[in-house]
Design a binder for this molecule. Structure first.
Ligand SMILES: [Zn+2]
Length: 377
């Protein structure tokens, strides 16, 4: 199909796209509010069904339900990931309503990543409009809990990824519209230290300070950070003790871990899980673990990326690539060895921030790219 015909088609739909973007934003869907996420899910299910897609609903347990949307009937499968949940509480839209100023469309969750639903809906409409079929059967997983680590949707995502030739993740792009071909793995741990309390004036020697012990381990943990390799360990929250004149019996730390590859992941994990008390009278308890494996830039992913770059050029724009320390559901699929292109969603700025927006003028090109990938790959 001629690129300019495709771009003109999407350009002419901009007004309609923005009105759909508004309803996406207005269906608020914080990860921790099952009822709200489910309302958004059933809104989306209706939209996809009206377009002729099949929608299956999978229980999310305590989280919102997850949707599997299937469009087309090719033998091979292409998987698209798009999370429904946002970090914004219900009521945020009343404070910061959807609005368009110049080229920027603002609204809670629009960039991360409600625009992704706009993309998929527009692409399906375009396939119908032009009377062409995607090369592969398209499966879209709309999951309810990405922002909290995807506890209820991980298995569904991994099962569908195993059946797919490749995975497209409609998370926001990196600066400059770049795709994300590598993401660090991430984990969260908690270290709890128990010591022995004592009066700090009359008999301090009978106490064993949990705070002192914790301080030693914090230095070990931060010592694992290596900016050259990309491993970082951050103790982001500490607590402990009761009063200044009491030797602290308890202290604890919350730890965030980011790793560039599987080897670094194993190294860091074994250090954290292997922490030992440095003095008698102390006990340590470590909980938590790695929540997302690293998304390593494999050869197959690199190949997929360079093919996408060619399609982008045909549509008149450059498609850079980037890596990031933040994880997504793309980490799960890439770790299974399925080629994964992430950051194919909105161009804009301000994930998880009040200036969150997408750039309206980029919609035709980016949606056009998604269309062309699904038509060709
Ligand atoms: Zn996201």
């Amino acid at each position: 199909m001629n690129s300019s015909v495709l771009l003109t088609y999407f350009e002419n739909r901009t007004r309609e796209m923005l009105s759909f973007a508004k309803s996406l934003v207005e269906h608020e869907s914080p990860s921790t509010d099952k009822a709200a996420v489910d309302r958004f899910g059933s809104f989306l299910a209706d939209v996809y069904r009206e377009l002729g897609a099949a929608v299956e609903v999978f229980s999310g347990g305590q989280q919102g339900d997850n949707l599997k949307v299937t469009f087309g009937d090719g033998e091979d499968q292409a998987l698209i990931l798009c999370h429904m949940d946002t970090v914004w509480p219900v009521g945020e839209v009343a404070r910061r309503p959807f609005r368009v100023e110049g080229d920027k469309a603002y609204g809670p969750g629009i960039y991360d990543m409600k625009a992704g639903f706009l993309y998929t809906v527009e692409v399906i409409k375009a396939f119908k409009h032009f009377g062409v079929s995607p090369k592969k059967r398209i499966v879209i997983i709309c999951n309810s809990d990405e922002e909290i680590g995807s506890p209820s949707s991980r298995l569904l995502i991994e099962n569908e990824a195993r059946k797919s030739k490749y995975v497209l993740v409609l998370e926001p792009s990196a600066p400059g519209g770049a795709l994300k071909t590598a993401r660090k793995g991430q984990g969260t741990f908690e270290l709890k230290v128990k010591g022995i309390s004592a009066h700090s004036g009359s008999d301090p020697e009978r106490g064993v300070s949990a705070i002192e012990e914790l301080a030693r381990h914090i230095l070990t943990l931060h010592g694992l950070t290596n900016y050259e390799t990309g491993t970082t360990v951050n103790v982001g929250v500490i607590s402990g003790g009761t009063r200044s004149n009491v030797v602290a019996a308890e202290a604890s730390a919350k730890i965030d871990v980011r790793v560039p590859d599987n080897d670094s992941m194993k190294t860091v994990e074994s250090v954290i899980l292997g922490l030992k008390p440095t003095r008698p009278g102390i006990t340590l308890e470590v909980t938590g673990g790695m929540t997302r494996p690293p998304m390593v830039r494999t050869e197959k992913t690199a190949e997929l990326y360079s093919r996408a770059k060619i399609l982008a050029r045909e549509l008149g724009f450059d498609l850079p690539e980037a890596s990031t320390g933040a994880g997504s559901d793309g980490n799960f699929t890439a770790n299974l060895g399925v080629p994964t292109l992430d950051g194919l969603g909105a161009v804009g700025d301000g994930s998880h921030a009040v200036h969150e927006h997408i750039l309206v003028s980029t919609l035709p090109q980016r949606i056009g790219l998604l269309f062309r990938i699904l038509q060709e790959f």
